[in-house]
Ligand binder design. Structure first.
Ligand code: SF4
Ligand code: SF4
Length: 98
């Protein structure tokens, strides 16, 4: 059996705050289920204000905590409410350290 490939070390080529990579939530589609918040370890998502009756919609509370080029929450959202920019435009912000 082959051993798993070693985890690649990465670093950003500019300060994180100069990289506009973070999710956007469509408030019309979000049902407030909270799955994105549970999934995202860096804590990007927080519940927003409750509007009327029901669960609060999620909001992007800490955009610059988002891991550049991560896309996990997009597939996790059952409502298709989360979108991210095109990864192709952001690859040059991440380099692999040998
Ligand atoms: S997973 Fe999608 S629907 Fe659920 S709270 Fe997050 S954005 Fe809203
Ligand atoms: S892309 Fe990854 S790090 Fe960024 S908000 Fe989604 S799950 Fe969190």
């Amino acid at each position: 059996m082959s051993s798993p490939a070693p985890k690649q070390k990465k670093r950003l080529t500019v300060p994180r705050e100069d990289i506009p990579w973070y999710p956007t939530i469509s408030p019309d589609l979000c049902n407030g289920c909270g799955e994105c918040r549970e999934l995202c370890r860096p804590g990007v998502f927080q519940p927003g204000l409750v509007e009327g009756v029901g669960r609060p919609k999620m909001r992007v509370a800490n955009p610059y905590s988002c891991v550049v080029l991560c896309t996990r929450c997009v597939a996790q959202c059952p409502s298709g409410a989360i979108s991210l920019p095109s990864a192709e435009d952001f690859r040059h912000f991440v380099e692999i350290i040998k």
